[in-house]
Design a protein around this ligand. Sequence first.
Ligand code: ADP
Ligand code: ADP
Length: 225
Amino acid sequence: MSLLELDGVRVRYGARAALDGVRLSVAEGEVVCVLGPSGSGKSTLLRAVAGLTPVDEGVVRLSGRDQRGVPAHRRGLGLMFQDHQLFPQRDVAGNIAFGLRTRRRSRREAAGRVAELLDLVGLPGAERRAVASLSGGEQQRVALARALAPDPRLLMLDEPLGQLDRDLRERLVVELRQLFGRLGSTVLAVTHDQGEAFALADRVVVMRDGRVVQVGGPVEVWRRP
Ligand code: ADP
Ligand code: ADP
């Protein structure tokens, strides 16, 4: 069954449609990358799914349920967005535990979960480190751990490696791919970088001017750019 379905989704900003009748589905355990130039509607798509931007027409369904009226924090999503920076005044554990705050847990349970997440993203033992002392790549790992913390049914990433240099991105893409495979995560990620999309995705969705213009496996999309 599709975990996520968008059917005729339209989002308008004034006269302009940022999403113009988008139809898309993501199956359970699938990694889908949305590729498109700046301004094509990629971020708006994620925000509409997250419940952070109102949908003017059409339906967003998660696990078959229409999400109209379901607030963002009740959708069971893990978000790693550019505008959700780490909290510089909290240490690594404090940042990750923020992702757990909506669930009732004892301190011990939360500490155990934080340690597990840090192992998962390749930063074992980093609990007490200051965010400011981390490299860009390490900060991305912490942001990912925070997004994974509540065990979301869908992980949504907006330009997850956008701020990093080329070499590091290439390494992290491989790691992400392995991690998602191991966890069986369902992922919807946005990027403007073709190499990143093709390396990460089971399926690539190409957007232009608020519309989905192509959908397919990385190889298919690569052959008909
Ligand atoms: P992308 O993520 O692909 O760069 P966006 O989803 O950010 O694209 O933007 C799609 C279109 O919607 C662009 O034309 C952008 O200028 C417009 N847009 C996005 N957010 C807003 C907003 N809050 N107010 C008005 N227009 C917006
Ligand atoms: P509000 O006080 O408006 O309800 P929140 O408490 O949801 O806002 O969020 C506080 C801060 O945490 C904001 O800066 C927001 O951008 C950020 N944030 C919210 N949700 C997440 C998340 N899932 N992951 C990372 N940062 C988040």
